[in-house]
Design a protein around this ligand. Sequence first.
Ligand SMILES: Nc1ncnc2c1ncn2[C@@H]1O[C@H](COP(=O)(O)OP(=O)(O)O)[C@@H](O)[C@H]1O
Ligand SMILES: [Mg+2]
Length: 450
Amino acid sequence: MIEPHPFLAPDLQSKEPKELALLSIVSQSFFQPFSVEDNLLVILTALTSGSGVGFNRAMLFLTDGDRLRGKMWLGPRSAEEAQSIWKILSTPGIAYIEIIEHNRSLLTLEADSLSRRIQPLEFSLTGDNLTVPVTALAKNEILLVRDASREMLIDPRFLQAIDVEEFLCVPLISQNEVLGEIVLDNAFSRQPIQPKDIKLAGLCGLLAANYIFTATLHRKMIGMERLAALGEMSMFIAHQILNPLAAIGGFTDQLLAGPADETKRRRNLEIIRREIQRLEKIIFELAHFLKVEPKTPAPFDPEPEIRAVLQALELKAAAEGRELTSLIDDRLPPILGDPTYFGEALRNLIINAFEASPPGGRVEVTAERKDATWVVVSVKDEGRGMPPEVRSKLFTPFISTKDRGMGLGLLYVKRVMDACGGTVEVESEAGRGTTFRLSFRTREEGRPNA
Ligand SMILES: Nc1ncnc2c1ncn2[C@@H]1O[C@H](COP(=O)(O)OP(=O)(O)O)[C@@H](O)[C@H]1O
Ligand SMILES: [Mg+2]
């Protein structure tokens, strides 16, 4: 027998021992699409809800450079409020999203005096006379504090804020990086903190620290990737724009320098005009490329779109002495996609094929129904083909072997195909030609044809 099971059983909270229920809630936060803050708040909730370990209140501090700052403090303000919150949170089978919503409403309550009390608190993580709560981080140890008012090594501002005699400090440290701290107490029930609670709180601390570590790392990585992509794009565009601008500047200067004969004047103006057109084309391609946005693909008849593209490009082919032929099934079914994007993608492929072909070269466009689900539109040329190093980077932005290429055409094609649930394949051999194959769905997956 082979039986599948989900990682996180939704009914875990209601049936299992509270330790398991607590770990279930905490682990769920690693998979939830909410903000880091929301998810951390759920971890605090788990620590304070009746279904969890059952501390009364949980404080979260996060590190910010070499300081530890108060971030949030979850817990009721009175014993009565505690009763009602714990009742909600220990409702059997309460869903993660409900806990999140409940927490958000708690934090936005004007009366959220707890968080407001600790947010101004901050402690230096360095120095010689460290006090609680920082000591727990310096030693990387869980600290149970009793008879707090009689202890000398507790920060007085902290003691004044927490205002209880017994509490637990759980450091949040992962990969030697000090990330924050959770402080737990039983301000209302006055229950002494049990050894078992300390163990569970420690486990939650390890999980929370790991979660913060991964979430921050991920955010940093995305930021770095974006920055790198932006840098690459800016360099490329600057380079592409600089050439025409330099030409426009140079030829304008010549005209301004003094009288010129009519032929020279005309030649200069024509060059300036051409370079301006080139700039316009660059901006158009960029804007155009950025415009593809995934919409729900709808069925449309591809044949008129293909014919329109062919007709528009036949003149260009004739002018350049190339041959553009086509072979289109006359009973093509509707395909899924967006007709405008489809036409543009096809145009891009045909123009690339022209640009790769020698004078007099032939480009052939075919469209056929492959089976019940797929229609294939292909563009074949007998041009120069591609070496492997170009082929492996075809869908990378700004990779072009052309003097004036933007290297965005094929990425556009790829985005269009991704957006409509289709695929793009390439077959190419240096010196022998290239075929691009676009496969379009004729219907949505799992749905029979109408
Ligand atoms: N049909 C083709 N034959 C040979 N090489 C091609 C073909 N289509 C695309 N390529 C290669 O892929 C590169 C990227 O194409 P594309 O994304 O359309 O940008 P661009 O046309 O601006 O260079 C081209 O510079 C060229 O080297
Ligand atoms: Mg191109």
